[in-house]
Design a binder for this molecule. Sequence first.
Ligand SMILES: [Zn+2]
Length: 190
Amino acid sequence: MKIAYWFRDKIIAPFLSSLFLFIVIGGGSTYSTGNWWKWFAQIPTVGWILLGVIFVIWISLIIIRNYFIRKEKESPSQPFRMVYKEKKVNQLKYADVIWVVLVSVNIENAFDLDPERITPQDLYIDIPPRCPNCETEMEQNPSILIGYSWKCIKCGFKKHNNYSFSTEAERARKIASRKLEIFQAKENHR
Ligand SMILES: [Zn+2]
């Protein structure tokens, strides 16, 4: 889906705008001179250079704007928890990195966390994920055009991913929830 949006915004929209400009100039030329190419021939070299510069600036602005929008989206926002504290219950490898599976537990009951009583809905995934080599928290930056670059500052592990930490964390949560469901189903049938 993201690739489709990217294609629409970066390729199709500029292409249609250019085509529109081409038709307007050509149409105007045909209407007033009877020749489609006459007005194009009258655009001086400076005009073409100017059009080129405007086009490059336009594309750059789209890319820069897109970069900051994605950066803002990814700024971490920690949910406010006062009486709950997270407890690590598991970890799983997904999208080449390690995701820590947490569960919120009430502080008063924090010491008798019963794995049988955790529901799949209680699970959530810690962001950022961990490096598969050294388990350091990964860093994320938007790539220039598409996707994100993930990096471990400790060992230098790097990876490009089309989706962000938060999108992949949600997917990891689904996998972890399903694993817990299967585990609990087995326990209940014993
Ligand atoms: Zn590492």
